[in-house]
Design a protein around this ligand. Structure first.
Ligand SMILES: [Mg+2]
Length: 173
């Protein structure tokens, strides 16, 4: 279980800190992006101009998809529309169904796809179950709901248990 919750890469920055060239060298050709606390600060619907710029850059070398557990078609659709990338909302990560659909749409193999998100129990667990390259980004702002705070506390615990292993990026090939 611990292995399934261990990301291949942890970035203390947000998505904009992802080294696109390094991902490319790994053979990654597609990226599945989370929205809440990854592309957006939770509770906000305004995209950071730096995130918009990063997405534009990423599009040059990667197929991008949004897969969000957020049930709001309106919110996730508006983010996807603003960034001009396809999306699935209510994706039910860590279940594999939506992620499999995205990989099929990309016409790539799981090895060629990275998943980027802020949550171990959804984004990273779902990605690892399918053999994707998993990237954990740390959320940019404070988390609001009590339920989310509790889950975060659990995740922090797991993170501390595994952090020794995470000091260096886990080689893939
Ligand atoms: Mg999230």
């Amino acid at each position: 279980m611990r292995k399934l919750l261990t990301p291949d890469l942890i970035l203390p920055t947000g998505v904009t800190g992802i080294d696109l060239q390094a991902l490319k060298r790994r053979g990654i050709q597609g990226m599945i992006l989370d929205v809440d606390d990854t592309l957006l600060v939770l509770g906000s619907s305004d995209l950071d101009p730096l995130v918009i710029e990063w997405v534009e850059q990423a599009k040059q070398d990667f197929q991008l998809w949004i897969a969000s557990n957020n049930p709001s078609t309106r919110l996730i659709g508006s983010v996807a529309h603003a960034l001009d990338i396809p999306f699935i909302n209510n994706a039910k990560k860590p279940f594999r169904r939506s992620l499999r659909r995205v990989i099929a749409e990309m016409e790539l193999t799981p090895m060629q796809v990275a998943i980027v998100g802020d949550r171990l129990l959804t984004d990273i667990l779902g990605g690892n179950r399918l053999g994707l390259y998993t990237v954990l980004v740390l959320p940019p702002g404070p988390t609001r709901s009590i339920g989310a705070k509790f889950i975060r506390a659990v995740e922090r615990r797991i993170y501390h248990l595994t952090r020794d292993k995470l000091a260096v990026e886990v080689p893939r090939f």
